[in-house]
Write a protein that binds this ligand. Structure first.
Ligand code: GLN
Length: 308
């Protein structure tokens, strides 16, 4: 049945308030200096129910940068354009025990482990090619489509901050080039920095979660991109690699395809059911939102949403 009918404002409110206690446990990302300006106390929790209805609590209008969650959109756009075979001839389907920005096996002429680590995401965006910021515009366009929110843009200051300090990502970009996996100049990497700087809300994330949970059908029922193979691919990657080296423990405790970003967002897809979006900028050692994780865990346990 549709257990999401049980989800009310009061339920989400209660879970959110209970988990404020964890706010101090996380640390706001500061390796991208501009991110350190986030309000550490902001919390938002959003669900798109099975019928497409939105339930939002907390700091609902708080915007934050999408960061690594953009990687699932870039993966979708790259596979739409180039096909799964081509994309996965250059990246693996592997999970990882390494941090998100690890070179993994690139130094031995290998491929990125998967498209959800920085190396794989820098690859998928570079594979989109194009002039100037064309690849970024495609990714932004898909985020706007999925959320039906044309007002979504990107933070120029976060973009500049990533670009100025992204030496490790620059290294990854050049190793990908060295290994013959991508072509082009560093503007291809700028597209990656820009996609990470896209500003969204928890509600936008819940809509993204809903989309991949429901064969790429939008929350309002639009089926322009309906594709069950695409949603299987994206959700399987989220399940094995969406929370980086915490993915295995997360699968054990939450048991759902999810993706985090260092901006403090987490998106969750409950297959064939609902989408969940959370925001709280305090991160654990792996770069996942602490309060977000706890809110998701409570909702999933209360409604028995785990796949397992
Ligand atoms: N823009 C960030 C980076 O490349 C994204 C990382 C993340 O959200 N985990 O370092």
């Amino acid at each position: 049945g549709d257990s999401s009918n049980l989800i009310t404002n009061e339920m989400l409110e209660r879970i959110l308030e209970k988990n404020r206690i964890h706010i101090g446990e996380g640390k706001v990302a500061d390796y991208i200096p501009e991110l350190s300006k986030a309000n550490a106390n902001a919390v938002a929790f959003s669900v798109v129910k099975q019928n497409g209805e939105v339930v939002n609590v907390g700091d609902v209008s708080q915007k934050f940068t999408i960061q690594s969650i953009s990687k699932v959109i870039a993966l979708m756009v790259a596979v739409e354009e180039l096909g799964e075979k081509e994309v996965f001839s250059k990246a693996g389907y592997y999970g990882t025990d390494k941090p998100f920005n690890h070179y993994a096996n690139l130094e031995t002429k290998g491929k990125p482990l998967n498209p959800l680590m920085n190396a794989g995401a820098i690859l998928t965006t570079a594979l989109l090619g194009g002039e100037n910021d064309e690849a970024f515009q495609k990714i932004l366009g898909m985020v706007r489509y999925i959320t039906k929110n044309e007002a979504i843009g990107y933070s120029h200051s976060v973009y500049m901050s990533e670009r100025e300090t992204g030496h490790r990502n620059r290294g990854i970009f050049h190793l990908l080039k060295n290994n013959g996996l991508i072509e082009g100049e560093e503007n291809r990497l700028d597209n990656y920095f820009k996609q990470c700087s896209i500003e969204i809300t928890a509600e936008d994330l819940a809509k993204i979660g809903y989309f991949f949970a429901n064969q790429c059908t939008r929350f309002d029922g639009d089926t322009k991109y309906k594709n069950s193979e695409m949603s299987k691919l994206v959700q399987s990657q989220m399940l094995i690699a969406g929370m980086y080296e915490f993915s295995g423990e997360y699968a054990r405790t939450v048991g759902l395809p999810s993706k985090s970003g260092v901006g403090g967002g987490i998106v969750v897809s409950v297959p064939n059911k609902i989408g969940i979006g959370t925001f709280s900028p305090g991160l654990d050692a792996q770069g996942n939102s602490v309060v977000g994780y706890h809110m998701i865990l409570d909702l999933v346990n209360e409604l028995n949403l785990s796949l397992f």
